[in-house]
Structure formats: structure tokens, C-alpha cells
Design a protein around this ligand. Structure first.
Ligand code: T5A
Length: 220
């Protein structure tokens, strides 16, 4: 049976990487094989393209060219990592995926929506996420977390504050458009509290067959 595919999306410092790891731990305790991965990256070819994208080397080429390089990286990632894992029945948890392209390059980069969707069809095909968590934090909270980590800001983290405010709105709007796939999580609470909310959703949507014990009982 095909494994499940879960993606995490949201603004900078919203806690995606932290929650990817915490969810993987909970699933592994249930003896589920889990592959954690990220975009841009997640396969040797895509990791090589990650450097080009996040260093800003590609920025001068413009948003459409940048989108195509994100798509090339995604194609390799889907073919080399995601599809083989799903086919053998593993669960895949990915830190950013198609919604980041829709929001960063589409909504904020003004790349034509038809181009974004066409590239999505070519690269993703039947590897669509079953469930997408959109971690929502006010921009200043995300920035403070990134700041505290003390690393050099990448190409997108360096964008002005208005960019990040629009980014947050675009993710929330996307979630409203696809409620069957996307779940917004208030990510301002502690990592453990956020992880518990995510876990309840995974139980309700992916683990708990209809008509069995309530999610809260199963989670305890
Ligand atoms: N991009 C990506 C596109 O433009 N188009 C695309 O198609 C794709 C796929 C990727 C960049 O590429 C862009 C978007 C991005 O700008 P990245 O380096 O992978 O860049 O960075 P991000 O995905 O933005 O991830 P970050 O590492 O910045 O943030 P996370 O993963 O959201 O947050 P995390 O878990 O690393 O946490 C950040 C800090 O906060 C703490 C952590 O300990 C850590 O120090 N933290 C919390 N603190 C308090 N309370 C909580 N609940 C916390 N959760 C985490």
C-alpha cells in the first residue's frame, strides 16, 4: 500500500523543521517507516540546486527562471526520494513543497499561476501530499526565532518585512482554498503543544479508521 505524504509549510522560523522531527518520532514509535526530507533539496541533485537558490545566485535571472530551478530540484527529489519511499509503503514528511512555490514564486514573485501549475503537474504527478500543515506565526515571532538561531539570512529571509506579512496571508488564503488537504496550526505555542495538535490531526485524518475511538483517547 502507498505510504502517506505529509508536508509542512509556513513562514520563516515558524518551526517546520522542529515539527517534522517530532512527528517522525511519534510515527516511528508506532513502527511506521518514516522518511524525512526537505525542499529545496532532499536528493543529491536537488541539494546541489539548493545552494544556487538560497545563496541568491539565481535571483538576477528573475522569478520565472528561479521557479524553473525550484521545479528542476523538485523533479529530482520526487523521482529519487519521495516516490520510491511512498511506493514501498513508507511515510514521507517534507519540510516545504508545492505550496512554497505557489506562495513565494507565485503570489509574491508574480510568476504566472498557469506556469506554476503546469510545472507542478510535470514534477509532482501522483505524488500529491495527503496532508499539509501550515504553521502560522506572526512575522515578528518567526523573525525572532531565526535571529536567535544566529545564522546568516538566506536569499528569502533577507526580504523586507512587508514581503513576509504578505507571505503569511498567502499561506492562510491557500489553506482556505484547500481545506481537505491543508490544516492551519497556531505555531506560537511551545514545540510540544504544537506537536500535540499536529498529532491529533494526523490521527483524525490519516491513522484513525472511521467509527473507532476518539482522537483524544487514541492520543493519550
Ligand atoms: N522556497 C522554498 C521557495 O521560495 N520556493 C520553494 O518552492 C521552496 C521549496 C528555504 C527557503 O526557500 C524558499 C522558502 C525559504 O525561504 P530553509 O533554509 O529551508 O529555506 O528555511 P525555512 O524553510 O524557512 O526554515 P527555517 O529553518 O528558517 O525555519 P523552520 O524550519 O520553520 O523553523 P525551525 O524548526 O528551524 O525553528 C527555528 C528556530 O525556532 C525554534 C527552533 O528551536 C529554532 O531555533 N523553534 C521554536 N521556538 C519557540 N517555540 C516554538 N514552537 C518553536 N519551534 C521552533
Amino acid at each position: 500500500m502507498r505510504g502517506r505524504f505529509i508536508t509542512f509549510e509556513g513562514g520563516e522560523g515558524s518551526g517546520k523543521s522542529t515539527q517534522v522531527a517530532l512527528l517522525a518520532d511519534r510515527l516511528r514509535i508506532r513502527s511506521i517507516e518514516v522518511v524525512t526530507t526537505r525542499e529545496p533539496g532532499g536528493s543529491p541533485g536537488a541539494e546541489a540546486m539548493r545552494h544556487l537558490l538560497l545563496s541568491g545566485l539565481v535571483k538576477p535571472l528573475g522569478p520565472t527562471a528561479e521557479t524553473m530551478i525550484f521545479a528542476a530540484a523538485r523533479d529530482d527529489h520526487v523521482q529519487q526520494t519521495i516516490k520510491p519511499a511512498l511506493t514501498r509503503g513508507a511515510w514521507v514528511i517534507c519540510d516545504r513543497f508545492i505550496d512554497s512555490t505557489r506562495v513565494y514564486q507565485g503570489e509574491l514573485g508574480n510568476v504566472d499561476r498557469r506556469v506554476i501549475r503546469a510545472l507542478e503537474r510535470v514534477t509532482v504527478r501522483d505524488a500529491m501530499p495527503d496532508l499539509t500543515f501550515i504553521l502560522d506565526v506572526p512575522v515578528e515571532v518567526g523573525f525572532a526565532r531565526v535571529e536567535k538561531r544566529g545564522q546568516v539570512r538566506d536569499r528569502f529571509e533577507s526580504e523586507h518585512i512587508e514581503f513576509h506579512i504578505q507571505l503569511r496571508e498567502a499561506f492562510l488564503s491557500l489553506a482556505r482554498d484547500e481545506p481537505q488537504r491543508c490544516v492551519v496550526i497556531d505555531a506560537t505555542q511551545s514545540p510540544e503543544t504544537v506537536a500535540s495538535r499536529i498529532w491529533l490531526t494526523v490521527i483524525e485524518r490519516l491513522l484513525q479508521p472511521r467509527g473507532t475511538a476518539t482522537a483524544s483517547r487514541a492520543a493519550s
